[in-house]
Design a protein. Structure first.
Length: 182
């Protein structure tokens, strides 16, 4: 059995809730998160066996294609994603700081997973469209070269769907900025 996560992102709340219901009725999956996000969009993140997650995401995406913004299925997601999503990351020393912003939620999570798998970095925050007019961003840390490589990979992934907005890498950020954002 292969662990996976999947996500749907819809333009409207009624369609999003209906699609989330279809996802859990399609296969044996668990809802990790299902909620409204700015600006009135709806996201649902599920987990389970890879084949079940694929079937659920495909069913919801196909049934409500006209309202779909984006979706994804990730097999074996990086372990740092969930703590970063829920503000539970334990952050030690911040040697460098990578920041990447996207126009949607799904592409950010895909980009964060790719970034975390590219080099030895820690994803420390995933801000998912709440209070940001639908945009999302991630923060990651590690050695400067690792963060740079990870941000470049994340930029490539988000750019494939046209959802990349901006990114920066700060070498040795000042402690005052670290305290402000973390």
């Amino acid at each position: 059995m292969s662990k996976a996560i999947g996500m749907i992102e819809f333009k409207s709340i009624p369609t999003g809730i209906t699609a989330a219901d279809l996802m859990v009725k399609t296969a044996d999956v668990d809802i990790v998160e299902a909620q409204t996000v700015c600006p009135g969009k709806y996201i649902a993140i599920i987990t389970g066996d890879l084949s079940a997650v694929k079937a659920s995401v495909e069913a919801a995406s196909t049934a409500y294609e006209s309202e779909l913004i984006d979706n994804f299925v990730l097999g074996n997601p990086h372990e740092s994603l969930f703590p970063a999503m829920y503000g539970a990351s334990e952050v030690g020393e911040v040697n460098s700081l990578g920041i990447l912003e996207t126009f949607d939620v799904a592409s950010l999570i895909e980009a964060a997973d790719a970034a975390a798998k590219t080099a030895i970095v820690q994803v420390i925050e995933l801000r998912l469209a709440k209070g940001m007019c639908g945009k999302s961003f991630m923060l990651l840390t590690g050695e400067v070269s690792a963060v740079t490589a990870s941000i470049e990979k994340a930029r490539e992934i988000a750019g494939e769907k046209g959802m990349y907005l901006d990114s920066q890498v700060i070498a040795h950020p000042d402690q005052k900025i670290i305290q402000t954002i973390l």
